[in-house]
Write a new protein. Structure first.
Length: 401
C-alpha cells in the first residue's frame, strides 16, 4: 500500500484499480445486463402483444424516444447534483422496468413500459458515462474503453442467459431473476461510486451548438457506427429465429456473440489504438464490421449468422469510442460541446434508427437489412481521416504525462 501511495505521489496517477473505478464499471455492467436481457425477450414480447414487424418497430421507436427525452434531462440533473446521485437514482428506477415489460398485456401498457425502460436506461447511460469521465480525471488514467467493455460483458451475460432462462423459468421468472441480480450489482457499487461535485456552469455550455462542421462530421461517424449495433440488438434474435429457424435458446446468441467479441476488443481497445493509431484502427474495425454484417445477411443457417454478428462485434467495438475520443479532443473547442453533439447523434443511431427497420423489413425481410447496412460504413471509411483527433494527448489532469 505504501509503495502504491508513493507511486501515485510521484506520477500523479492513481493505481490501475480503485474502488471508484470498480464501482462505475459495475454500473456499466448492470446497464448492459438489462439491455442484453431484453434482446431475447423481444420475440416473445412481440408475440404476446400480437405486434407485426412494423408494430414492433414503433415499440422500438418508443424505447428510443424515451431515451432521447430522458438523456438531456439527466444531463441537467448531473449539472445540478453531480453524476453520482443521478447514476444511483436512475439505476434504482431502472431495476423493475424489465420485470414490468414481462407482465404487460396490451399495446398501450407495453408502450408505456418500454418508454420507461428506454428513458431510465438512457438517463443512467448519461450519468454513468459522466461519472466515468470524473473518475478518469481523478485517476489521471484512461478507463472509458474498459467501462464500455463491461457494458458489453453485461450485454453478453444478459443475452446469452436470456433464452435458456426464459425456457426454464418462463418470461416472468426470467424478469424477476434478472431484476434481483441487477439489484445486487447496484448494491455493491452504490457506496463506492466517486462522489463528484455539481457543475452548474455546464448548463449554459450545453445550450450552445458549435458552428464548426468537425463535430457534426464526427457525429456522423458515431451515428453510422451505432445504427448497425442497434439493428443487431433489436432485430438479431428475431432474424435468426424467424428467417433462419433458430430455437428460442439459440436466438439470444445473436446479440450474445456480438457482445462477446465487442467486450474482448474493447478491453484491448486502448492498447490497439496506441499501437496502430486511431485512423488505422478505425479503418480496420469498419472493414471487419462490413464483413460481419454481410456474413450475417447472406447466412443460410443460424450458426453462420451468429458468426457474422461476432465478426461485426470485433469491428463495431472501437468505432464509437474512437469517435467519442476524437470529439473530446477537437482543437479550439470545449470538450463538453463536441462530445454533446457526437454522443447525441451516436445514441440516436442505436436508439431511434432501428425502429425504421421494422417498416422496411416488412417489405424486404431482415436479411436484406443486414446486407444493406454496410453502405453506412462506407461513409465512415470516407470520414475515417477525422479519427486523427483521437490521437491527441488526452488531457486528464494538468500534470498528466
Amino acid at each position: 500500500m505504501d509503495h502504491s501511495i508513493q507511486n501515485e505521489r510521484q506520477t500523479g496517477r492513481s493505481p490501475a484499480v480503485t474502488r471508484e473505478r470498480a464501482a462505475v464499471a459495475l454500473m456499466f455492467l448492470m446497464n448492459g445486463f438489462l439491455v442484453g436481457a431484453w434482446a431475447p425477450k423481444i420475440p416473445e414480447f412481440a408475440s404476446r402483444l400480437s405486434l407485426s414487424e412494423s408494430g414492433l418497430g414503433l415499440m422500438i421507436l418508443t424505447f428510443g424516444l424515451g431515451s432521447i427525452i430522458m438523456m438531456p434531462v439527466a444531463g441537467l440533473q448531473i449539472a445540478r447534483f453531480g453524476s453520482t446521485w443521478v447514476t444511483r437514482i436512475s439505476a434504482v428506477l431502472a431495476l423493475p422496468t424489465l420485470l414490468i415489460l414481462s407482465l404487460v398485456g396490451s399495446v398501450w401498457t407495453g408502450a408505456i413500459a418500454i418508454f420507461l425502460f428506454g428513458g431510465l436506461i438512457g438517463a443512467m447511460d448519461v450519468a454513468m458515462n459522466a461519472n466515468a469521465v470524473a473518475t478518469e480525471t481523478r485517476m489521471r488514467r484512461s478507463i472509458m474503453s474498459s467501462c464500455h467493455a463491461f457494458w458489453s460483458l453485461g450485454g453478453l451475460f444478459g443475452s446469452v442467459s436470456g433464452g435458456f432462462l426464459i425456457a426454464w423459468l418462463g418470461v416472468v421468472g426470467h424478469g424477476l431473476l434478472i431484476t434481483v441480480l441487477a439489484a445486487l450489482v447496484v448494491a455493491i457499487g452504490w457506496p463506492m461510486l466517486l462522489a463528484d461535485k455539481p457543475h452548474p456552469e455546464e448548463v449554459k455550455e450545453r445550450a450552445r451548438l458549435p458552428r464548426s462542421a468537425l463535430p457534426w462530421l464526427i457525429g456522423m461517424v458515431a451515428l453510422f457506427s451505432m445504427i448497425p449495433e442497434g439493428a443487431i440488438l433489436d432485430w438479431g434474435a428475431l432474424y435468426i429465429r424467424n428467417e433462419l429457424g433458430a430455437s428460442v435458446q439459440a436466438s439470444g446468441l445473436a446479440f450474445g456473440a456480438f457482445s462477446l467479441t465487442m467486450a474482448v476488443m474493447r478491453f484491448a481497445g486502448d492498447l490497439v489504438r496506441d499501437r496502430f493509431g486511431a485512423v488505422r484502427t478505425l479503418r480496420f474495425c469498419t472493414v471487419a464490421s462490413i464483413v460481419g454484417l454481410l456474413t450475417a445477411g447472406f447466412a443460410s443457417t443460424p450458426l453462420m449468422a451468429i458468426i457474422g454478428f461476432a465478426i461485426a462485434g470485433i469491428g463495431i467495438s472501437n468505432m464509437v469510442p474512437i469517435a467519442f475520443s476524437a470529439a473530446g479532443n477537437l482543437p479550439g473547442m470545449a470538450q463538453g460541446i463536441g462530445l454533446s453533439v457526437v454522443t447525441t447523434m451516436g445514441y440516436s443511431g442505436i436508439l431511434v434508427a432501428p425502429s425504421a427497420i421494422g417498416f422496411i423489413a416488412e417489405h424486404t425481410g431482415l436479411a436484406a437489412i443486414f446486407i444493406g447496412l454496410p453502405v453506412l460504413h462506407l461513409v465512415v471509411l470516407g470520414l475515417s481521416h477525422l479519427a486523427r483527433h483521437a490521437d491527441r494527448p488526452a488531457a486528464v489532469g494538468p500534470s498528466a504525462p
